[in-house]
Design a binder for this molecule. Structure first.
Ligand code: ZN
Length: 185
């Protein structure tokens, strides 16, 4: 799947692996209700939808804020993703997690062309501030818990490649589409 297309309005440039911004610790967000931050949130949502992602973190668009979007829905890159409205997660904290971890396939807009089998906690309890400035506490499970942990890692300067247990758990996107998606459908 090649992305040769014009950028749509509000879409942001996604930093690619090797760019140092992806390796930085992001900083806490203060002015949540400020117009500028609300605009960033809107643009992140536009970007994650335009690129067939299910999540995107601010450092991926070179903004060093503790902020990410979860936007799970079935799309070309994740046909089995559960559908939910895009949600801004600000200053997130991982409160607790299940003992068990499960391996699942992940990709990343900043690591195009590669998928990896990544172990993640199956159930997590999290706390974060939403875009209205309200504190929320939630239990997340399975795929949505996976997205949260993947995006949270971006705030710590980590990418999914750092979590893969073996290089034999990596696949090219083309091979992934052939082996995994077609087998399921
Ligand atoms: Zn990512």
């Amino acid at each position: 799947m090649k992305i040769n297309r014009e950028k749509i309005m509000g879409e942001l440039e996604v930093a690619q692996l090797g760019n140092n911004i992806l390796r930085c610790q992001a900083q806490p967000v203060n002015n949540i209700l400020h117009k500028k931050l609300q605009q960033i949130i809107d643009n992140l949502i536009v970007t994650v939808i335009a690129t067939n992602g299910v999540g995107i973190a601010a450092p991926q668009v070179s903004i060093n804020d503790r902020l990410f979007i979860i936007a799970s829905r079935p799309n070309l890159r994740y046909p089995k993703a559960p559908k939910m409205d895009p949600k801004a997660i600000i200053n997130p904290r991982l409160i607790s997690h299940s003992e068990d971890r499960v391996k699942g396939w992940e990709g990343c807009l900043s690591v195009p062309g590669i998928r990896g089998l990544v172990p993640r906690y199956r159930v997590i309890n999290v706390e974060y501030t939403n875009r209205e400035g309200k504190l929320e506490r939630q239990e997340l499970t399975d795929f949505v818990a996976r997205i949260f942990q993947h995006e949270y890692d971006h705030l710590e300067g980590l990418v999914f490649l750092d979590r893969v247990e073996s290089t034999t758990d990596l696949m090219t996107e083309d091979e992934y589409q052939k082996q995994i998606i077609q087998l399921r459908n």
